[in-house]
Design a protein. Sequence first.
Length: 212
Amino acid sequence: MRKGRFVAFEGGEGRGKSTQARLLADELESRGREVALTREPGGTSGAEAIRHLLLSPPGEGWTIEAEALLFAAARADHVAHRIRPALEAGQWVICDRFLDSSRAYQAIAGGLGDEVVRRLHEFGSRGLLPDLTIVLDCSEEDVSERLQARDRGVSDAIGGREATYHSAVNRAFLDFAVDEPERFAVIAGKGSVEEVHHRVLQAVEPLLRSES
Ligand code: TYD
């Protein structure tokens, strides 16, 4: 039985997802919740090994089909060995990226189509969805400065794809939120880290209330 709460952070590259995920986890812990802070691809030793294969591909690189299968395999391991046990133990799971990244990067920008990626998720992870998915929305200009500072011109196999791919990714996240408003909160990434954190807490408040 599932007793905990599951929040995912999503968005394109350099949106500050990891920072906001950590701040939310800290805040929940200070309010007495047990928290599992995790990320994708990764979160278990098996999924971290797959992360390495995805971000630094050996040989000539993965086809988009193989890439989608590897993300789904990493997620299946992460869900079975980390996320479901934490939820069953009543913990809050805060995850930096989840299924909607596969939908945006592989299904939409990569051209595989949403149906395929959702089927892989049904098969691999029994369709587990977060209670709330927070999309951090930033302008391309704000992000490009942040990315240059972070990556210093060195990006991984997916981060290094062309600008049109990343624009399609960013648009896809916003479209998902329009299609399923009950599952998503779109949060403006503009302003200080504290300002964005405050907006995140407001979005999470209904979930906190739903516990009691
Ligand atoms: P990461 O360094 O975690 O990126 P970021 O800091 O921007 O979150 O690398 C994860 C990369 O993998 C990122 O480019 C997004 C991509 N990705 C997918 O393409 N599909 C997925 O399902 C997931 C989880 C990530």
